[in-house]
Design a protein around this ligand. Structure first.
Ligand code: DQA
Length: 145
């Protein structure tokens, strides 16, 4: 069974409470449960990790080295400026899929740039929680090869 690490960055624990017009009303915990069940159906072993701290997320990515087959990440706002996060993803060389619930390109200008995209296999944005299901499907395809 392929092992996937799903990382959720800053403020993503507040989904269901924050900015409901953008992220919906379903709680982060309940979305996580759904994603876990979907991963199981796809035959993937999923670990979910959420942190509001850049350094902790980087440590978690490092700990995936040699232990995980793929990473799915919604880095939240770190997406747009964290070169440290970018370098961590590049360092471990684990296939990584970038995901976003919202369509970042339809929002503020600062969300249009992702500094992690160049070191990710691809990115999925704009489908709400379904972005995560699509991200898992993408990882499955990548890891089948
Ligand atoms: C987000 C988009 C980011 O711009 C934002 O900072 C988030 C969530 C998304 O899932 O749409 O925290 O990554």
């Amino acid at each position: 069974m392929k092992k996937i690490l799903f990382i959720l960055g800053p403020n993503l624990n507040m989904v269901g409470i924050r900015h409901k017009e953008v992220y919906g009303t379903q709680t982060a915990e309940s979305i996580n449960e759904e994603v876990k069940a979907q991963a199981e159906q796809l035959g993937l072993e999923l670990e979910i990790y959420q942190s509001n701290h850049e350094g902790d997320i980087i440590d978690k990515i490092h700990s995936a080295y040699g232990n995980k087959d793929g990473i799915m990440i919604n880095a939240g706002a770190l997406t747009h400026y964290s070169y440290a996060l970018r370098d961590a993803i590049e360092a471990v060389r684990i296939p990584t899929v970038e995901t976003h619930m919202s369509n970042v390109y339809a929002r503020e200008q600062f969300r249009h740039e992702s500094v992690i995209s160049p070191v990710c296999a691809g990115s999925i944005a704009g489908f709400g929680k379904t972005s995560y299901y699509l991200g898992l499907c993408a990882l499955l395809k990548i890891l089948e090869k």
